[in-house]
Design a protein around this ligand. Sequence first.
Ligand SMILES: [Zn+2]
Length: 310
Amino acid sequence: MNVLGKVLLAFLPDDLESVIKFALLFILVPVVFLTLAFAGPITAVEKIPLVSYEQAQMYISTAKKVSESTKNPYSEGVEIDWKQLVAIDAVRFRQDFSKANSQEAEELAKLFIEKVGEVKVKEGDEVKVYPIYRLRSLDEVLNILHFSREEKEKVKEFLSIDFSALLDYAPSVPEGFIPIEKNLKWPLPGTYTITSGFGPRIDPVYGVERFHSGVDIAAPAGTPVRAALDGEVVYAGWNDGYGLVVFIWHSSSLETRYAHLSSIVVKQRQVVRAGDVIGYVGSTGKSTGPHLHFEVRIGGKAVNPLDFFN
Ligand SMILES: [Zn+2]
């Protein structure tokens, strides 16, 4: 018998009561533990609607296109709600909207319309047929898709989120953005991928509308972060949602902030020069992955950092 077998045998009890206790201890406890360990993160992730501005626009135009197709001189047509399409796909794709495409979105949108009749009109020599549609309810469509009760609830949970901020927010960062350094130096030299611009957005962690007070610059964890301007460190340490963060005062009214750092290499009250390394990129605080949250404040009010680099 091998060693493992001997060890197991030593643990194996002889009477029924002990067998049950043994089973509870070695099977049930790990199962409960693993369930608790994994349920937490999964629930948290599923609350995040990861739809981007561009993806939302795709659903909006698809809903509009299919809605338009139901209009004719004899019918006002129906109005499909793009938010319902997004909520359904958020559940279908388990939040991974990279799987979304306009063709499938159109098929989904078409499930919301049902032909209920037609108007035949003689126009000149030919007879023209105008279909009349009705709008299917969300529940009808969810039934067609064979959604479970749990999935239906999830769709409705997503619909309780206010998507309006997405509509107002056009990404302010053009593709291939390269900062032009005038008064401020770019805090991550050579790294210019902005994953989230300044302004209102759907919060990637809590899924509700929030104002994004800075720009998020994607960079691998450990990338050095540099001071944008000469100044004095007024705060260096942990601050709630910011995680590890450095606040630098440059003048009586200008301040810059560098958040979600993995480590900080400056101290409070330390004087820094533009370009000095102050810490390293990380994902501390309220963050979904390594990036630098860079913020510029004038008189305490957050302004668009990119305005200093155009
Ligand atoms: Zn940010």
